[in-house]
Design a binder for this molecule. Sequence first.
Ligand SMILES: Cc1cc2nc3c(=O)[nH]c(=O)nc-3n(C[C@H](O)[C@H](O)[C@H](O)COP(=O)(O)OP(=O)(O)OC[C@H]3O[C@@H](n4cnc5c(N)ncnc54)[C@H](O)[C@@H]3O)c2cc1C
Length: 278
Amino acid sequence: MIPAEFDYVAPASLDEALTALREGGEDAKILAGGHSLIPLMKLRLAAPTLLVDLRRVPGLDSISRDNGTIRFGSMVRHHAVATGGFGLPSMAAATIADQQVRNAGTIGGTLAHGDPASDMPAILLLHEGSVVVRGAAGEREIMAADLFQDYLTTAIGEDEILTEVRIPALDGYGFGYHKFNRRQEDWAMVAVAAAVKLSGGVVEDVRIGLTHMSSVPLRATASEDALRGKPATPENIAAAAELAAEGTEPPADLNASQDYKRHLARVLTRRALQDASQ
Ligand SMILES: Cc1cc2nc3c(=O)[nH]c(=O)nc-3n(C[C@H](O)[C@H](O)[C@H](O)COP(=O)(O)OP(=O)(O)OC[C@H]3O[C@@H](n4cnc5c(N)ncnc54)[C@H](O)[C@@H]3O)c2cc1C
């Protein structure tokens, strides 16, 4: 399908991009990798009148580490995250679609889009990370727990640009990531990320992130509470994983009923916890 007509600008600085976005009004949209926005435009589910392309804005594609926190510029591509050795962010990014999508799609784009089937939102939530956004009023930091508000809805304002993603590295943790889809390279039917910190075989800390078990990413807090402070035995892991779907309202769709998704959450949580406890 062919998108509706739109204007296009490719500013050379962040300030110019912010001005273009503001002057474009409510129908102006940021274009990052284009791998969510352009398909929506082709289906005419989105019809922005102006696209503000970030690809010529310098300084948005760097990765650095500062006091145990990894800072990703918003235009860092999925491929760079997948191959950078960043623990869970790398494990999850490596499962995003195919190489072509990973070469174009960006970490900022996927978080700003807020698709509940996307891999990175639950990773940001599990790490208790944040995003930095710039707007006319200046810069502000939004914690992951406040970022994702509903299906395709985030706390980022229409006139704001996500510039940086901050992810605490969780040094000393083991990690597991399990994603279930019908065809390899599809979005997750359900995905589970786990991070476990062991001390003498006992679970000192555990974090579990659930993808596609709600209109926003979730933490499996009942499972976390059940396992924290206990030896990381297969029995304790299995018992904790049984609680993974507690309190969830997963969206049913053509691929899976709510019950099936809850079953997947329990099975994938057990597997992710086992991997993270090695
Ligand atoms: C075939 C296919 C399979 C895919 N499979 C998966 C998958 O398995 N898992 C997965 O997680 N994703 C998947 N994706 C989506 C992919 O990860 C996209 O790259 C990502 O969702 C959006 O990133 P983008 O950089 O392409 O953003 P764009 O498409 O350019 O933008 C998406 C939205 O975010 C806004 N936006 C982008 N950047 C910013 C910014 N810096 N500040 C403010 N707003 C911004 C845009 O205005 C737009 O509304 C798939 C995509 C395709 C085409």
